[in-house]
Design a protein around this ligand. Structure first.
Ligand SMILES: [Zn+2]
Ligand SMILES: [Zn+2]
Length: 92
């Protein structure tokens, strides 16, 4: 339908990122706040990849808790939607 296509081109008030698509938290390494979901994945493949902090440029793989099974849980749906297969508790 032409009407539908036209409507898709109009600016929409809900065009801003929805709540839940961002997750700001202090970096586990340098403690400066960053958006976890927007940060790039690190390239480490030895276990779970982590996120690169835009401030210190470090991923969380070398964090002392990263190898501790007690610091891992099944991720909530919005973490899964952002590529997390397991959740590092310091990312909450
Ligand atoms: Zn950092
Ligand atoms: Zn890493």
């Amino acid at each position: 339908m032409a009407a539908l296509a036209t409507a898709d081109l109009l600016p929409r008030p809900d065009n801003v990122p929805r709540r839940g698509s961002r997750h700001r938290l202090p970096c586990p390494m340098c403690h400066q706040e960053f958006d976890l979901f927007a940060a790039p994945w690190c390239g480490h493949m030895h276990n779970e990849p982590s996120k690169l902090c835009p401030h210190c440029d470090a991923c969380s793989c070398s964090h002392p808790a990263y190898d501790e099974p007690g610091f891992w849980r099944d991720p909530p749906a919005r973490f899964r939607a952002n590529g997390f297969e397991r959740l590092f508790l310091l990312y909450l």
